[in-house]
Ligand binder design. Structure first.
Ligand code: NDP
Length: 455
């Protein structure tokens, strides 16, 4: 008789947990998984996927305008928020079914209930106690909102996907991924958007030219971006919500969306009871094999707060399952992972920012190109695209590549292979460009805009 109910029990059926469960089952393990919300997790249900659908929807506003420059008469387009949300919901339901099918096809037993650790081999799931040889914590993250007076009137991105109507005036607080993406979505769909950010340019952590260009382009698109500004309190009025801003100004809106970061989802999970090392901010401490301080408990994805991106969680989950059940040790290397922000215009980025390259490498060359995309010669739109390469002067390796502009995430996905593989500037230069494209800039930049560390 088996000592445990399962070889592996996974808490959390999001991107990382589902991948780990399926792969472990494929390696012959008996696997159980529990989920308190809907299978698919943040990315599929209330994150990347619905967000991208809303970004597509919002971009049509500009597409209709731009079409005029190409001879089209599109009349006056009309938009229906309920139709969009209905279509989005149908797609999310379809994906949720696919995820359920993936688990059952792999022979993974699903418990649609919350799970909590009782001790290091036992999990309470609903009213049952289940034992497992290995436990994987894959509970993701949740929005974090600062405790200011009236914060209960604010929504997070979780609720933004299911609003009954499109707010005509919306305030968005924050300058990171989610704030910039939702500012573009609401603005494109016709809301009047005020974005309130405490820093001097959005997207802290990204290359400074990326930040400069995105900040300028968002303002050009009509977003009222209040920089170096904080919200002090929120109160309900007869007409909506009134925000008191630093300096005394009052701002009235219909919705306030806070996108001020996310924290690991560990509340009430009993992780410390199971003996795990958990930091004050909630992150589960793991090594490069995703192993926690308890030998047979692992954690992947946002709950470990390493690089909080879906493909990273999937990669970590897969590597965990191969390492523990597939007989193949696969430590995870997070270096040179690409990322994108689906702001408008979008950002794609891989490798060091100029500032990080100066700090880590010292002697670097920076190649920079800013231009008006060809499409806008006829559309008349005043939009700037930016492409940038950071090159290690000594080895000539391209150590950073950043794009702001149409299709930036698609372009960077391809170039990320080159950067991850350590290709040199000369290898970029000997690659033939594709004409006419924007991305050909990346193989035709001849002279550095500036260099650092060569006195
Ligand atoms: P981010 O960490 O990207 O941004 C948080 C923002 O909130 C920052 O601008 C930060 O300012 C600001 N902020 C933090 N605390 C306060 C405060 N007390 N008062 C006012 N402002 C504050 O978090 P998001 O919520 O946007 O996204 C969470 C994570 O989700 C991202 O880090 C990313 O990992 C992931 N994500 C990825 C996406 C993608 O891949 N496209 C899309 C969406 C999310 P400051 O910069 O000054 O610290």
């Amino acid at each position: 008789m088996k000592k445990y109910d399962f070889d592996l029990f996974v808490i959390g059926a999001g991107s990382g947990g589902v991948r780990a469960a399926r792969i472990a089952a494929g390696h012959g393990a008996s696997v159980g998984i529990c989920e308190e919300s809907r299978v698919g997790g943040t990315c599929v249900i209330r994150g990347c996927v619905p967000k991208k659908l809303l970004v597509y929807a919002s971009h049509f506003a500009e597409d209709f305008e731009d079409a005029r420059g190409f001879g089209w008469d599109v009349g006056t387009p009309r938009f229906s928020w309920p139709d969009l949300i209905g279509a989005k919901d149908r797609e999310i339901n379809r994906l949720n079914q696919i995820y359920l099918g993936l688990l059952s096809d792999a022979g993974v037993r699903l418990y649609q209930e919350r799970g909590e650790c009782v001790d290091s081999h036992h999990i309470r799931v609903g009213d049952q106690t289940i034992s497992a040889e290995y436990i994987l914590i894959a509970t993701g993250g949740r929005p974090w909102l600062p405790e200011i007076p009236g914060i209960e009137h604010a929504i997070s991105s979780n609720e933004a996907f299911d609003l009954e109507e499109l707010p005509s005036r919306v305030a968005i607080v924050g300058g990171g991924f989610i704030a910039c993406e939702f500012a573009g979505i609401f603005s494109g769909l016709g809301s009047s958007v005020t974005q309130i950010y405490r820093g001097d340019a959005v997207l802290r952590g990204f290359d400074h030219d990326v930040r400069r260009v995105v900040t300028a382009e968002m303002i050009k698109k009509g977003i009222d971006l209040r920089l170096e500004m904080q919200v002090e309190s929120i109160r309900q009025t007869g007409n909506g919500l009134e925000l008191s801003l630093q300096g005394g100004e009052a701002l009235e809106v219909d919705q306030v969306l806070y996108a001020t970061g996310r924290v690991p989802n560990v509340r009430g999970l009993g992780l410390r009871d199971a003996g795990l090392e958990v930091r004050a901010d909630g992150r589960v401490v793991v090594d490069e094999l995703s192993q926690s301080s308890v030998e047979h408990i692992y954690a992947v994805g946002d709950v470990t707060s390493r690089v909080n991106l879906t493909p990273v969680a999937i990669y970590e989950g897969h590597a965990f399952a191969d390492s523990v059940f597939g007989g193949q040790l696969r430590p995870v290397n997070h270096e040179f992972g690409p990322s994108a922000v689906f702001s408008q215009p979008p950002v794609g980025s891989v490798g060091y920012s100029e500032e990080d390259a100066v700090n880590h490498i010292g002697v670097i060359d920076v190649y920079l190109s800013e231009f008006r995309p060809m499409k806008h010669t006829l559309s008349g739109r005043d939009e700037t695209a930016m492409m940038k390469l950071i090159v290690d002067h000594e080895s000539q390796k391209v150590v950073g590549l950043h794009i702001v502009g149409t299709d930036a995430p698609e372009i960077v996905q391809g170039f990320a292979v080159a950067v991850k593989s350590g290709l040199t500037k000369q290898q970029f230069d000997t690659t033939i460009g594709i004409h006419p494209t924007a991305a050909e800039e990346l193989v035709t930049m001849r002279n550095p805009a500036r260099s650092h560390g060569r006195d």
